[in-house]
Design a protein around this ligand. Sequence first.
Ligand code: AHG
Ligand code: MN
Ligand code: MN
Length: 334
Amino acid sequence: MSRKNQTLGEFIIENQSSFKYTSGELSRLINSIRLAAKVVNHEVNKAGLVDIIGAAGDTNIQGEDQQKLDVYANNKFIQTMTKRNIVCGIASEEEDDFISINSQDENHQNKYVVLIDPLDGSSNIDVNVSVGTIFSIYRRVTPVGTPATIDDFLQKGNQQVAAGYIIYGTSTMIVYTTGDGVNGFTLNPAIGTFYLSHPDMKFPENGKIYSVNEGNYIHFPQGIKNYIKYCQMEEGDRPYTSRYIGSLVSDFHRNMIKGGIYMYPKSSKNSNGKLRLLYECNPMAYIAEQANGKASDGFNRIMDIEPTELHQRVPFICGSKNMVEKAEEFMRNA
Ligand code: AHG
Ligand code: MN
Ligand code: MN
């Protein structure tokens, strides 16, 4: 029985038995993410104080400049998860290829793979706006004791066993699901403990917020243009309010609490949009569905898309159920 003010540590132990594989490994994995989150949080909070912001000089596979904190968060999460014998492979936005763990040791029993966006919204760090971390967890499909392969990572989102995000905001939270609803925990930074603050989070069925980078309007598909006009029309509970932080985790988190829709559609410049299927859209889609929300590429359920590449992009529409369905209707009829 979850109760408010319970610590994340207590919650993980008490809810372990409700998970269908009860070996305790998934609990230990989530515990290691909790630990890395605290360390990264500490570093993110210092960003304005010490001169560690700015590009680290590397360019990631998406052709974007890496900020130093992206690299820091990437290393910290990988280090923390690698140490425990649970994960056989990790894929990250910041790594061109996936990392295989214990691939030389035939006796290892590591069953899980993790896909991660170590720092989401990282262009916001320089200006003191919230950033996040997104993670997605699967059981491997190749035999235990062998090196992880690309097949372990290219699984449909509907195979996820857990997913979550950390938001480094006005307060730091970890929000995650293991397929039994969504719970949010807030960090008390004075003692470094996460407490259950948002039990059983749910998207309101309807919302009044739409989040999209409207600067790209001219490049959007006609269905999205029509839906945006619908959001702005004076009728019933409309016009809706426009809110766009430019940090998926933060925009999603606000919309889940208040009711809203987030859209990163394809455009005439990016035929598949911008966001990455495996470590941005799938985990957010899993959380959304576990919270009564919905996630779509405009036509199909995000979690039913067959992945073909590690860093694949996909158009993303996610949020309150009725709003996402309305946007899909506009896409179908355009
Ligand atoms: P990341 O920092 O991991 O590259 O992700 C940024 C993503 C997402 O968080 C955000 O919603 C979106 O990019 C913003 O893109 P635009 O600046 O094109 O609106
Ligand atoms: Mn991101
Ligand atoms: Mn990122």
